[in-house]
Design a protein around this ligand. Structure first.
Ligand code: GLC
Length: 586
């Protein structure tokens, strides 16, 4: 047994878990400076904030930047060193900020540029760097660039977006379906042409072929680099390069349309643009870039990340597609087993083992809550959250937590389509009806998969509106807020929140969990997801039972190890209780 293992376990005993913040801050700052040949962002934990739903300090029903600054200690207690903010630029908010009107201004609903500067500065004090979301595939239709572009076919920005003539019968140039549903083309009277929108019609696609467009985007990025941000999450990046020829595809639904994703994602030549982007923005700065890359397979990762790639990390969605289905059409979910999920997770690990770095995640603002009956069998939400937390915080890569994940939220159980706000949810509902589903079945698909599930206001305490705001929140607070909230979980030694904090501390204290190799164990087991992390004689084994039944395994897997963290109390070697996770180590 390795010296030091026992004291660490006792260090993590429930009674002591509450006071980890100073220790984590110390470690985070240490790590920022160096060690093990890894960059700061490889050694830290990232946390995604959806500002509109985090904390409202102005009594207006929507979150503010000052609210995030006020809660930085909550992030620090989770070992967070990178804070990814979804877009808070000036926006008409059709897609909650992913429709950017002005990349150099803060939307007044969130506060001011001074508030942003304060957040960046206060974050730095705690070893937390702000990461901005760059939405560069498209802008808002209210963006000055588009307003100019749409005015005529000859203005200086006429070619900044994707304009095409109608077909001879006046219909759209192709039969592509936008990601949110309906045609991906919108008619513009002034120009007498259609423009392409991969997402909502208020989100026209930029024309990356135009060097002026690319220059403008790089300048915007560098404005934020100069403000001292720690990096960027790059939105929907696989769609920036369009195919050389625009043509119809075979319809795959009753609407006669073909998915724009299939027609345009990850086109040859896209990496040339992104290498240029990297040279103009990333090179020479101590920042990281993580791309959102739906459509890039694990087998292609080596061209996208690492020394020869374009990003430091890439959110690829192969594991999310296991339960969701690759096309993400909610009324057509996939059927799958745990080994399907394990196979794709192992592929992503293999692809980033020697090249690039893996951003591990189970939740973000586009996914339903991971504790739903989605990745694992049914059972108590807290147990399910702890199982996923154990995997996320001990795997190889930078863990990306999403706000509220540390509390083990469930999905919102709304009963009417009117309760949903999300532009995609409404489109998926209409699509499902068009496919012949009943209203009840279409609603059930939305209840299960809607992005609003992740966007309900964060639950801070049991006061009205969950302590999120003194005003009526923009989106209904989850019904369970009185019992599931930060304050309640801080007082409960068995809560998911304290489990996440303990795991964050464990990760910070055990270099093999950060820098060690990753090896899958029990690859064919349908109940247990297991892997080991090893570094210079140190070894940790994570065993997570995703099933609602007891699961057994050969005790030789943990021979010579002691339990470092156990989700359901004192563990037993060789057996996992339903939805139990244990991390062993030497
Ligand atoms: C990305 C964002 C999503 C947004 C879309 C359009 O997928 O994560 O929230 O709706 O891009 O910008």
């Amino acid at each position: 047994m390795r010296k030091g293992a026992k004291p660490l376990f006792s260090f993590l005993r429930q009674s002591e878990k509450r006071d980890l913040a100073p220790f984590l801050t110390f470690l985070r700052k240490e790590r920022m400076m160096s060690t093990q040949g890894l960059a700061w962002w490889q050694q830290t934990i990232a946390y995604e904030v959806y500002p509109k739903s985090f904390l409202d300090t102005r009594g207006q029903g929507t979150g503010t930047l000052a609210g995030i600054t006020a809660k930085l200690d909550h992030l620090a207690s989770l070992g967070v060193g990178a804070l990814w903010l979804t877009p808070c630029y000036k926006s008409p908010m059709v897609d909650n900020g992913y429709d950017v009107q002005d990349y150099l201004q803060i939307d007044p609903s969130f506060g001011t540029m001074d508030d942003m500067d304060e957040l960046i500065a206060q974050g730095r004090e705690r070893g937390i760097r702000v990461v901005m979301d760059l939405v560069f595939n498209h802008t808002s239709d209210q963006c000055a660039w588009f307003v100019e572009s749409r005015a005529s076919r000859t203005n200086p920005k006429a070619d900044w977006y994707i304009w095409r003539d109608a077909k001879s019968d006046g219909s759209a140039p192709t039969n592509w379906r936008s990601i949110f549903g309906g045609s991906a083309w919108e008619w513009c009277e002034e120009r007498g042409q259609y423009y392409l929108h991969t997402f909502a019609k208020q989100q026209p696609d930029l024309n990356w072929e135009n060097p002026q467009v690319r220059e403008a985007l790089y300048d915007i990025s560098n404005y934020w680099v100069n403000k001292g941000v720690g990096g960027f999450r790059i939105d929907a990046i696989t769609y920036i390069k369009k195919p050389p020829v625009f043509e119809d595809g075979p319809a795959d639904g009753e609407d006669g349309l073909y998915p724009v994703h299939a027609a345009t994602a990850n086109q040859p030549g896209i990496l040339d643009y992104l290498h240029e982007f990297k040279r103009a923005v990333r090179d020479g700065h101590d920042i990281f870039m993580v791309g959102e890359a739906n459509g890039v397979a694990a087998s292609e990762l080596d061209q996208w990340v690492g020394a020869n790639g374009v990003f430091d990390m890439l959110f690829e969605f192969s594991h999310m597609h296991v339960p969701m289905g690759a096309e993400e059409i909610w009324c057509r979910p996939a059927t799958w087993t745990l080994t399907d999920l394990k196979r794709v997770l192992a592929q992503s690990q293999a692809a980033t083992a020697h090249n690039g770095w893996y951003p591990a995640f189970f939740e973000n603002h586009d996914q339903p809550r991971s504790t739903v009956n989605f990745f694992h069998d049914d059972g108590p939400l807290a147990s399910k959250a702890k199982v996923l937390g154990a995997v996320l915080l001990t795997t190889r890569g930078t863990p990306f937590l999403y706000q509220g994940e540390e509390l083990g939220y469930g999905n919102a159980s709304w009963k009417r389509i009117e309760d949903f706000n999300d532009v995609q949810t409404r489109a998926q509902y209409e699509f499902a009806l068009g496919e012949g589903l009943s209203e009840a079945a279409a609603l059930a698909a939305c209840v299960r998969f809607s992005r609003d599930n992740a966007r309900t206001p964060l639950q801070w305490d049991d006061s009205p509106h969950a302590g999120f705001s003194t005003a009526e929140p923009w989106l209904r607070v989850h019904d369970d807020y009185a019992t599931c909230n930060v304050a309640a979980q801080e007082a409960d030694p068995d809560s998911p929140l304290l489990w996440y904090r303990a795991l964050a501390a464990l990760r910070a204290a055990r270099p093999e969990l950060v820098a060690g190799d990753w090896q899958e164990l029990l690859a064919d087991d349908e109940r247990i997801l297991a892997f080991e992390r090893t570094l210079e004689g140190a070894r940790c084994v994570t065993l997570a039972n995703f099933s609602g039944e007891e699961a057994t395994y050969d005790t030789s897997l943990v021979a010579g190890l002691v339990p470092l963290a156990a989700s359901l109390g004192e563990p037993q070697a060789g057996t996992l209780r339903p939805l139990e996770a244990v991390v062993w180590g030497n």
